[in-house]
Structures are given as C-alpha cells and as structure tokens.
Design a protein around this ligand. Structure first.
Ligand SMILES: Nc1ncnc2c1ncn2[C@@H]1O[C@H](COP(=O)(O)OP(=O)(O)O)[C@@H](O)[C@H]1O
Ligand SMILES: O=C(O)C1=C[C@@H](OP(=O)(O)O)[C@@H](O)[C@H](O)C1
Length: 305
C-alpha cells in the first residue's frame, strides 16, 4: 500500500490521566511482586481480602469490592493490615510497565466483533503503554482520501475493502509500538493473521446481546454489514451480528489471548456486564498478554527490524 495517509494515527484517550477515572476493580487482580512493593492498600469496601499465592512470581488479590481511589496518592503496603485502595490509572500504568518490558516494542492487535470495544479499549491500552493507537478502518479511509468504510463497501464492494484492509495490516505490522484496533472482519483472511502475528493478538469476546445493545445505541450507519433501513435497531443489529458470528465461527480464537467479559463478570461475581468498564477490560488485556508472553517463556521479544 503506497500509504498517502499518515503512517500512524495517535489518539489521546479521555479515559486516562484526567483524574476523573472511576474504575470499579472488583475481584482478581494480579500484582507482580515488583508492582506491590512499597504500596499501601486500603480497602474502601472489602468484605474479604485474601492473598493467595498463585506462584512464586505473583500473588492474586481476590476481593469482592475494590474501588479505585480518585486521588492518585501512591499507596504504601501496611503489613498485616490489608486494606485496598487502587488508583485505576496507577494500576494500568504499573501493569503496562510490567508488560511493555516483555513486549519490547511489539504491536498489539485487538480482534473481535463489531462493537466489542477494540477502539475504546485500544485507546486506553495505547495511553497506558505509551504506544500509538491506530484504527485499521480509519487507516484505510485515510489512504482512500477520506471515503468512509460504508462508501467503500457501496462503491467497491466488500472484497476490495478486504484487500485494502490486508494492505493496511501488512503496513501496520511492520511498525513498532502500535495498538491496532482491527475491523471485525479482519479475522476472515488467513493472510491477515500472518501479519497480525508479528505482534500479539487479543480477542475481545463480548456476548451478542451486549454488542447489539452497544451498536443500536450508536446506530449502524458506519457498519454497512449491519446497516438496515428500518426495523428495531437492536433486533436488526442482533440478527446481523448473529449471522456474521456463525459465518466466522472460531476464527477469533486464533488470537494469542482472549479476554471474555463474561469470564471477567463470573470471577468478579457481577451480573450486569455493563458494570465492567473499558479500563477494567484494558487491565485484563494486559494481564492476559503478560501470561501469554511469560507462558511462552518469552523473557524479551526481539525488537521488530
Ligand atoms: N466496556 C464497555 N462497556 C460499555 N460500552 C462500551 C464498552 N466498550 C465499548 N463500548 C461502547 O460500544 C460502542 C462500540 O465500541 P468500539 O470501541 O467502537 O468497538 P469496536 O471498535 O470493536 O467496533 C461504543 O459506543 C463504545 O462507547
Ligand atoms: O465485522 C466486519 O466485517 C466489519 C467491521 C467494521 O469494523 P468494526 O469492528 O470496528 O466495527 C468494519 O471493518 C467493516 O464495517 C466490516
């Protein structure tokens, strides 16, 4: 792709750094020894806080209710009196520091169905890691002089769009330190996995009901594969997503790591998935990437050429 567009789009995220972040971090948080050292933890609302040694390397802190503090004071660990006050921003930044030492510049490619949060979570991840954020759809749109994805589908058809999408992923896979929000259909072409596997791929697994609700809330104009002229937006979105998910089958499971919001909800003991914030998902992404890279005995990934 002779990219006439910018080679990397950088977005600052409104979520991080504003001091207004209210992140409900219930449940399991893995804190590496390094991360916990010298930090006080003061519980605001904790029915049970139990340190369980999961491995020599890390401990899991399991609790029923951890709320982020608004203030960003650096906590200090009080031995024997475990109270927990985590600043969500602090947690993300600290875990991002842990993970970036393993990533060593490799890109992160977020895959998942339309509406799964690839853009929203991707911006938070990029901010925490000090990476650039790129939306591959936007990359294609810029390359084609600003035509929208919907216009490309209409004027050229899906196959041509997929060609441009593959070109974009080829280009982006050669750049370091990017968080790439891929289009929901990127997983359908094997060549795209070849490109994305240059980095670390993470599948955001969100139930169809939640996807349909999110897309119905914003409309389907920008998503031609779901766009319907009339009818109940939720139902149309759900049916379209259901059809696509059946066609794509297990493609998303080729990802190196999967972050399932249902799994997060189960281990946190919450029922309403909308209580799981994008920041909490971003933290889980970092934890899953860390597990993946360490599970591969990857102490340091060779820097991209
Ligand atoms: N964890 C979440 N909880 C609630 N709404 C979310 C969450 N993540 C994303 N959204 C919303 O869902 C819609 C789609 O999110 P987006 O990041 O654009 O998804 P994708 O890039 O995967 O298509 C947006 O309106 C966004 O604000
Ligand atoms: O699932 C798909 O096939 C598509 C998803 C869209 O991206 P988002 O996942 O960002 O909506 C966009 O690439 C295009 O409408 C096709």
């Amino acid at each position: 792709m002779e990219a006439t567009c910018g080679t990397a789009l950088h977005f600052s995220s409104p979520w991080i750094g504003s001091g207004k972040i209210e992140v409900k971090l219930n449940g399991f948080l893995k804190l590496s020894q390094k991360c916990r050292k010298g930090y006080e933890v003061k519980a605001i609302n904790t029915r049970e806080l139990q340190w369980r040694t999961e491995s020599t390397r890390q401990r899991r802190v399991s609790s029923t209710a951890l709320h982020a503090c608004k203030d960003s004071r650096a906590p200090t660990l009080e031995s024997g009196n475990f109270n927990t006050c985590f600043d969500g921003n602090w947690l993300l930044k600290n875990k991002a520091q842990d993970v970036s030492s393993y990533l060593n510049g490799r890109c992160i490619f977020l895959v998942g169905m339309m509406g799964s949060g690839k853009t929203t979570v991707g911006k938070i991840l990029a901010e925490a890691l000090g990476y650039s954020f790129v939306d591959s759809d936007k990359y294609v749109e810029e390359f084609l002089g600003g035509s929208s994805v919907a216009q490309i589908f209409k004027q050229c058809g899906e196959s041509i769009f997929r060609d441009y999408e593959s070109e974009a992923l080829l280009k982006l896979s050669s750049l370091p330190r990017q968080v790439v929000a891929t289009g929901g259909g990127a997983v359908v072409r094997p060549i795209n996995w070849k490109y994305m596997k240059q980095g670390v791929t993470v599948y955001l697994d969100v139930p169809l009901d939640a996807l349909a609700r999110r897309i119905a809330a914003v409309g389907t104009d920008s998503r031609p594969l779901l766009h319907f002229e009339s009818g109940d937006p939720y139902t149309e979105a759900f049916m379209g997503l259901f059809t696509l998910s059946k066609k794509r089958g297990e493609s998303y499971l080729n990802a190196d790591a999967t972050v399932s919001v249902q799994h997060i909800a189960a281990k946190l003991g919450i029922e309403d998935l909308s209580d799981i914030t994008p920041s909490a998902i971003a933290l889980e992404v970092l934890l899953q990437i860390e597990d993946f890279l360490q599970g591969n005995n990857t102490t340091s990934v060779p820097m991209l050429p």
